[in-house]
Design a protein around this ligand. Structure first.
Ligand code: SF4
Length: 337
């Protein structure tokens, strides 16, 4: 079966030119496959500098990879016809972190909802367009009478972001790439937005790539998770396995850093150096070596391959060398469907 969206060993290096000689490997050998069926939710988790935003931009065709390629329904961006590019623009929608950025403060919010209707010629008449907008708003739990006709500043951050979810829904996409969609929204409203995203997946059959620094919301919403560190995949697979029994020292560190709501449990975040220069110094070694409490001499020589530790999980760490070593492409084969 042809994949809906496929990333094949994507690598992105910034710099190295005349103006900026310092080379930064933002993403290394990243592969991912999103199938058309069943619709899935995959979380891509990493801290600042992990490569997740670069990945989102590569998947959307906003920047070109240094190596590797992205294919939509088997066609790379370079080989797509104009019509296929338009189909990609309609089928793959994006929700960004800051909902306010998408609005023009001088226009009512109706304007951002009318745009996709016009751009993708979704409605046969004005009345039909309004009906589509109202249906999309209701699908994300907003009442059209409380939303339409207002200016962005008259709505809460949560409402503004839910309008963005409604806008992404309008063209009836097959995939939504949500880049930190709840990070600028009050904690009390996060659950509502996550609920709207989950509804798009379950009721409308839309697959989601949920990009976040927040392991907790990733756990709440996704079936599969990819943990990125320094542009490389540290661990990937079934979200239950990865979060409940993390194998990679970095995933363990991330989970150890989540404060416990139980006051009798002390916060036991394990600290390790976070020197930003550490990454630049890895030079082909394990990307996590400067922060890893278990680092061995060989970790400094070569970045580890993937080891398949469970049916639904791979981990890039020599501590799991007894498990079967496997290829980069195996990452998405371990995903639960
Ligand atoms: Fe740590 Fe080595 Fe595993 Fe990297 S490969 S995470 S440095 S033990």
């Amino acid at each position: 079966m042809t994949a809906l969206l496929e990333a094949r060993q994507l690598t992105k290096v910034f710099g190295g030119g005349l103006l900026n000689r310092r080379r930064t490997q933002a993403l290394i050998d990243f592969s991912l496959r999103v199938d058309t069926d069943p619709p899935s939710i995959t979380a891509i988790v990493g801290e600042s500098g992990s490569g997740k935003t670069t990945l989102a931009r590569l998947l959307l065709g906003l920047i070109a990879p240094t190596r590797g390629e992205v294919a939509y329904l088997g066609k790379t961006f370079q080989s797509m016809s104009g019509e296929e590019r338009r189909a990609f623009g309609r089928d793959v929608q994006v929700i960004f972190q800051d909902p306010y950025d998408a609005y023009n403060p001088f226009y009512k919010v109706d304007h951002v909802l009318a745009k996709p209707i016009k751009n993708f010629r979704l409605a046969a008449s004005r009345r039909h367009g309004l009906q589509l907008i109202e249906e999309a708003l209701e699908a994300v739990g907003l009442r059209p009478e409380d939303t339409l006709g207002r200016y962005p500043h008259q709505l809460s951050g949560g409402q503004r972001q839910r309008i963005m979810v409604a806008r992404a829904l309008l063209p009836k996409p097959r995939l939504i790439i949500a880049d930190e969609p709840v990070s600028m929204v009050d904690a009390s409203l996060r659950a509502t937005i996550l609920g709207s995203l989950r509804k798009l997946n379950r009721e409308f059959g839309i697959s989601l790539l949920y990009i976040t620094h927040d392991l907790t919301t990733a756990y709440q919403i996704s079936q599969n998770i990819i943990v990125l560190y320094g542009g490389s995949v540290a661990e990937a697979g079934d979200v239950e396995l990865v979060v409940q029994q993390p194998n990679h020292p970095y995933t363990q560190l991330l989970i150890g850093s989540i404060p416990s709501p139980n006051p009798r449990h002390r916060w036991t975040a394990r600290r390790s150096p976070t020197d930003a220069g550490a990454l630049a110094a890895t030079n082909g070694s394990c990307r996590f070596v400067a922060r890893c409490p278990y680092a061995m001499p060989r970790c400094r020589e070569l970045h580890p391959p993937f080891f398949q530790t469970d049916e639904h999980r791979v981990v890039a760490c020599y501590l799991h060398e007894t498990a079967q070593s496997t290829s980069v492409g195996a990452m998405d084969e371990v995903f639960v469907r």
